[in-house]
Design a protein around this ligand. Structure first.
Ligand SMILES: Cc1cc2nc3c(=O)[nH]c(=O)nc-3n(C[C@H](O)[C@H](O)[C@H](O)COP(=O)(O)O)c2cc1C
Ligand SMILES: Nc1ncnc2c1ncn2[C@@H]1O[C@H](COP(=O)(O)OP(=O)(O)O)[C@@H](O)[C@H]1O
Length: 302
């Protein structure tokens, strides 16, 4: 039998991996280090509500790939993504603990919230987990109501903030700049004709939360260079008015970046999207947007 390294495991959705999550995760990393365990997060995907209630209106702060990368960036060494299926939901609490936490992971220490429920119909709680502890030779640490409250409050608040375009508030809760990851695709070919070429961004994950329509100051790393820009999210009412797009005009930049995958960080909201009376008026506004963006970038040391 191959021996599996001992784990300190925490379980949760951790959408956003925000400052509240980071605090808990750092505790797990420290504890693991002190005891010589590997720090692990067990996370479920898709979101149980997507599967059980077939609710496709849920929007998450991170795609599952982004979530894994963020978890690793705070020191979690292994992220176990369990495919949340009807079959998984049907596992009894006993089987879940034995098969996954013990046999698959060799968990020696579990850190979970006081209100965590698991197993079929979410029937088991932290006390049940504690009652398994001796049998399976693991310890259980409880995250207090106080800590959980901080976590849940800000997770919802971040979604609300982004839905209101308040990216600076969202960024302060996240502890990093909210970002999207997407591929540059073809647009209408109009941008270049008005001297504002725009990279149109396609995001594969339909469940990714997109900030509210409007114009934002953004930055991205393109071929290892930090590039600032201004992004528009919306339906381009001046010229199109139907399909919603995400597009960025990058400053001091002139390269073909079609098909490249970009991570784009949001820094500030400049204004709402407007229907201008003609393209000339739109172009005038784009020049003003660029000035405002430049002022912000200079003043904020972004
Ligand atoms: C920073 C920025 C702000 C924009 N603001 C608006 C706007 O307020 N109203 C609008 O109709 N289109 C707006 N646009 C979208 C332009 O209409 C769009 O870039 C142009 O139609 C070119 O589209 P294409 O890249 O698909 O060719 C904005 C674009 C950028 C980059
Ligand atoms: N400063 C820039 N900002 C954004 N894209 C640029 C820039 N300079 C060149 N490009 C390139 O031009 C493309 C956008 O050109 P555009 O005329 O707006 O056409 P389309 O919207 O059809 O892609 C981008 O996808 C990118 O490859």
């Amino acid at each position: 039998m191959t021996s599996i390294s001992a784990k300190a495991t925490t379980i949760g959705t951790f959408d956003g991996v925000h400052i509240g999550h980071q605090k808990i995760l750092k505790q797990v990393v420290q504890l693991a280090k002190a005891k010589g365990y590997v720090p692990v997060v067990l996370t479920l995907f898709p979101h149980p509500r997507m599967v059980l209630q077939k609710d496709d209106s849920i929007r998450l702060l991170n795609t599952i790939e982004e979530r894994v990368a963020l978890l690793k960036s705070v020191g979690i060494e292994e992220v176990i993504v369990k495919q949340f299926t009807a079959e998984f939901a049907n596992l009894s609490a006993n089987d879940y603990v034995k098969q996954i936490l013990v046999d698959e992971l060799n968990t020696k220490h579990i850190v979970i919230g006081y209100d965590h429920h698991f197993g079929r119909n979410r029937s088991a709680n932290i006390n049940d987990l504690k009652s398994f502890a001796d049998l399976h030779d693991f310890k259980v640490d409880e995250i207090s109501a106080q800590d959980i409250e901080n976590v849940t409050v800000s997770s919802t608040e971040i979604r609300t903030a982004l839905n209101n375009g308040e990216v600076e508030l969202a960024n302060s809760y996240l502890g990093y700049n909210f970002f999207i990851t997407g591929t540059v695709i073809n647009g209408k070919g109009l941008g270049r004709t008005i001297d504002f070429p725009t990279a149109n961004i396609h995001i594969t994950a339909t469940y990714k939360l997109i900030p509210s329509d409007g114009v934002y100051v953004v930055k991205s790393q393109i071929e290892d260079k930090l590039i600032f820009g201004m992004m528009n999210i919306g339906t381009n009412p001046t010229v199109d008015g139907k399909t919603r797009s995400i597009e960025v005009h990058f400053f001091n930049f002139n390269k073909d970046i079609y098909n490249q995958e970009l991570k784009i960080e949001f820094l500030k909201r400049l204004r709402s999207e407007v229907k201008f009376k003609n393209i000339e008026a739109l172009k005038m506004q784009l020049k003003k947007d660029m000035e405002n963006a430049s002022k912000f970038i200079t003043s904020s040391n972004a």
